[in-house]
Ligand binder design. Structure first.
Ligand SMILES: C[S@@+](CC[C@H](N)C(=O)[O-])C[C@H]1O[C@@H](n2cnc3c(N)ncnc32)[C@H](O)[C@@H]1O
Length: 384
């Protein structure tokens, strides 16, 4: 007798093949038209690289329903269950990748941002990711979101209660070297290889404020820097700016330090965004990537107030984070679904509470905003 989930597996596999072949044929037809139209081969190369990266992660993201199938023994939710949503999401994914390459071509940041890790390093991590995914799914099933190993238990002491949890049901939350090692790959799998492109949405607003150039004489603060992925991209865009990065997680900052080893002019501090260890009016820019959706509303407010305090008059405040309800109405159902699958206790309140209101209440004037796939950016100026 065929197992009850074999039909779902077959459908999953055919969807992957279908989606991969669509991506490849799009890339190929673009190559032909652009190549023949006289565009530079580097333009094609950048697009091919970004698309291939997204295809790899999209393929890997199939582990999510496969794991659900194994753990729950029932048909998982599949993209084809809501084709209208799937098509909007796929178009938004293509656009965020295309916009990223467009910014490279306009000189907003260098092509160096696309540099990938060695392919073997990438695929070696995959079995560990799969086993971590299984454990996360079991935590979800048993509704356990405060499970920590010894390393993490030690580090938890003194950190706020809202932080002491397995965000996304991930092992050790943000508090172990193992978690730090897997985190970036996990996020890329979740966002079909577009997480880095979404992170880089913070750079164009920084350029709008500070203009072209290498950032000489500027001091930036990144709050909730995690493993330093966005820090690295801002570093590449503004090689001479001084960048200070804070995060409450020692193991994540250790990974960030390693990631930025080849570069200079940066510093890392273990600190909370709502209690920054810096004097008033120290920084030209304060920004965060993927931080606010993980904070209770009152803490979001405090983090913004602290950012305001440490910024110089007229300074830049900006963030990239999840879309909020109404930003891309066709994707709203996905935003509502997200916290039912991943442990994100403050996400629902985050998507319902416009960040622009919190910023204007705290003495900022909104400068620019926009969206890319499941993320948005907002930038603002300190006015009072
Ligand atoms: C979703 S991760 C994003 C990390 C990184 N910015 C990125 O782009 O991958 C959220 C990060 O925020 C940090 N964080 C959580 N609460 C914080 C707080 N109150 N102040 C500063 N950072 C915080 C976590 O430790 C974690 O590294």
């Amino acid at each position: 007798m065929r197992p009850p989930y074999s039909e779902a597996m077959a459908s999953l596999l055919s969807e992957t093949a279908d989606s991969a072949s669509k991506f490849f044929s799009q890339a190929l037809s673009r190559a032909l038209s652009e190549g023949l139209g006289g565009k530079s081969s580097s333009s094609f190369g950048l697009r091919a690289l970004a698309r291939t990266r997204s295809i790899v992660y999209t393929g890997e993201s199939l582990m999510i329903p496969v794991i659900e199938l194994l753990v729950n023994r029932k048909r998982p939710h599949l993209p084809s269950d809501d084709m209208a949503f799937f098509n909007v999401a796929r178009n938004a994914l293509n656009k965020v990748i295309e916009d990223d390459i467009d910014r490279i071509e306009r000189g907003i940041y260098p092509a160096e941002v696309l540099r990938a890790e060695h392919i073997l390093q990438h695929f070696r991590r995959f079995p560990v990711l799969f086993s971590e995914g299984l454990k996360a799914s079991l935590r979800r099933k048993s509704k356990k979101a405060r499970v920590f190993g010894e390393e993490a238990k030690d580090l938890l002491r003194g950190l706020p209660e809202y932080y002491q949890r397995n965000f996304h049901f991930q092992g050790d939350g943000y508090l172990s070297e193992r978690s730090a090692e897997l985190y970036e790959h996990q996020v890329e799998v979740l966002f079909a290889g577009s997480a880095d492109a979404m992170r880089r949405m913070i750079i164009e607003p920084l350029r709008e404020q500070f203009g072209p150039g290498d950032g000489e004489g500027l001091t930036f603060l990144e709050v909730g820097a995690g493993t330093g992925r966005a820090t690295l991209f801002v570093r590449m865009a503004f090689p001479k700016a001084k960048i200070i990065a804070v995060d409450p997680s020692g193991p994540y900052l250790k990974k960030a330090q390693k990631q930025l080893e080849p570069y200079q002019r940066h510093g890392f501090f273990e600190a909370l965004g709502e209690k920054l260890p810096f004097q008033d009016q120290t920084f030209d820019a304060v920004y965060s990537v993927f931080l606010f959706h993980e904070l209770p509303r009152e803490v979001r407010r405090q983090v913004i107030k602290e950012g305001h305090r440490v910024l110089k008059p007229g300074g830049f405040y900006g963030f990239v984070d999840s879309l909020q309800l109404g930003d891309t109405p066709e994707l709203d159902s996905g935003l509502k679904q997200f916290p039912t699958q991943y442990h994100e206790p403050f996400y629902r309140d985050y998507i319902e509470t416009p960040m622009t209101n919190l910023l204007t209440e705290s003495g900022f004037a909104i400068a620019s905003q926009g969206t890319g796939f499941f993320s948005k950016f907002v930038s603002a100026k300190k006015t009072t």
